[in-house]
Design a binder for this molecule. Structure first.
Ligand SMILES: Cc1cc2nc3c(=O)[nH]c(=O)nc-3n(C[C@H](O)[C@H](O)[C@H](O)COP(=O)(O)OP(=O)(O)OC[C@H]3O[C@@H](n4cnc5c(N)ncnc54)[C@H](O)[C@@H]3O)c2cc1C
Length: 396
């Protein structure tokens, strides 16, 4: 496997680096510059998203006929890798760019493509993904939110939960049950719901970090025009699965690069603490741990590269699941280790003079707890690896 860029890829990588040099604030990426979840971070993230849009880079993977850059898989991987390497802020409208846009240009009507794609590209409308419910997460097909077709409109009733960024979304991609008498996977439809519709309510849920990222979302007799149905009625499962594959598939190289940049900062922390407390025995054990992290990140990178070359559906799905399990669990272990290195100071959060690197490790440690749940839990991904990668039978 050749892990080197070809000449065109190298030129593209350098262009992305130059863009990042010009468009990220000076000092961005230094430990403690701005914690995710805070106002300063949100302002930089919104500005960065606008700059990507102005440069035609926001919707890089979208086909050119839908206003995207039509970039190749390798270019998208390089782009994500470079953004992660610099710890570029998470896009405020990641659900619009990565999920809603591709769903609409793949399955939507011409009218939907005309109406919804341009505002995503121009950062004018943000989206959220209304899939999970209190009784339907891993087992998504158990969802109970009901959309009843009456004439030219659906009447929606039900509840979603963990809906990221619903509190600042203009639109929701809603998966709802349209035929309760059909087998569970066959009675679902995907609707585009205006978040300002009467009867839509959200309640922010605070993360363990203290930041508000996701919400409970309620639908009480919400009217949705029939023209907002994506694809045909009761075809929502197939569309939802494509959405989830987009969500899970795009993370590989970016995840490895992000962990590489976390590793670089962790190395600085390791050195600083080793100088303060020279203890040869502890130092040896910790150095050994640092070497193991390094090796695991490299193996993640190779796996992610290999996934780019997978052409079979089952192999690609298993590789995406392997990458998700590896990065999410490795991320948690690296953050555990960062706090362990800090000893008693690990108890101090942002705002205390004695806090190390402005509390970024404490924040990221807490945020990383969700990594093994969001985008599918580790257990579900292990099931996918077993069934689709190894061909093992399904458990009952
Ligand atoms: C930070 C974050 C952001 C999120 N954003 C969104 C969003 O924007 N939109 C959205 O729709 N959802 C979102 N989610 C929800 C996420 O998709 C679900 O939390 C996830 O699918 C798990 O579902 P659940 O929480 O209902 O847990 P459950 O499915 O109830 O699982 C509970 C436990 O049982 C295990 N388990 C369940 N089934 C099996 C099985 N068959 N085999 C083995 N073990 C099993 C799980 O692994 C888990 O440990 C988000 C979650 C997080 C943490």
């Amino acid at each position: 496997m050749d892990l080197n860029d070809n000449l065109d890829e190298r030129a593209f990588r350098l262009a992305v680096r130059e863009f990042l040099d010009r468009n990220l604030p000076a000092g961005w990426g230094n430990p403690g510059y701005a914690l995710p979840g805070g106002d300063a971070y949100a302002a930089v993230a919104a500005d960065f998203q606008r700059r990507l849009s102005a440069a035609g880079l926001l919707c890089l993977s979208w086909p050119q006929k839908y206003g995207g850059a039509g970039a190749s898989t390798a270019q998208v991987a390089i782009f994500n890798e470079e953004l992660s390497r610099r710890q570029a802020p998470q896009l405020p409208n990641v659900a619009g760019v990565m999920l809603a846009g591709p769903v609409i240009y793949t399955f939507g009507s011409d009218e939907q493509k005309r109406r919804y794609l341009a505002p995503i590209r121009a950062c004018q409308e943000a989206w959220c993904q209304g899939f999970s419910e209190p009784g339907a997460g891993s087992d998504l097909a158990a969802l109970r939110t009901r959309a009843e077709l009456r004439g030219e409109r659906f009447i929606v009733n039900g509840q979603k939960v963990w809906t990221s960024f619903a509190h600042r979304a203009d639109w929701c991609m809603l998966l709802a049950r349209t035929d309760p008498s059909a087998p569970r996977h066959r009675g679902l439809s995907l609707l585009l719901v205006d978040m300002k519709s009467p009867g839509v309510e959200f309640r922010p849920l605070r993360h363990i970090t203290g930041a508000v990222e996701f919400n409970e979302l309620f639908f009480n007799d919400v009217e949705v025009p029939r023209r907002n149905l994506v694809g045909t009625i009761n075809s929502g499962w197939r569309i939802a699965m494509t959405t989830l594959m987009n969500e899970r598939g795009g993370t590989g190289m970016a995840a490895a690069a992000r962990l590489q940049s976390v590793y670089a900062i962790l190395t600085g922390l390791f050195r600083a603490i080793a100088e303060q407390n020279p203890n040869p025995a502890a130092g040896r054990i910790r150095r050994d741990q640092m070497a193991k992290f390094y090796i695991e990140i490299q193996s993640l990178r190779y796996t992610a590269r290999r996934k780019l070359m997978e052409t079979q559906d089952d192999a690609a799905a298993a590789a995406a699941s392997m990458i998700k399990v590896i990065w999410s669990e490795l991320s948690q272990r690296m953050h555990d280790f960062a706090l362990e290195l800090q000893g008693p100071a690990s108890q101090l959060i942002e705002g205390s003079a004695a806090t190390i690197q402005n509390g970024r490790w404490q924040f990221d440690f807490l945020r990383s707890r969700g990594n093994t749940i969001e985008m599918g839990t580790s257990e579900i991904h292990r099931n996918t690896i077993a069934q689709r990668g190894l061909g093992l039978p399904r458990s009952r």
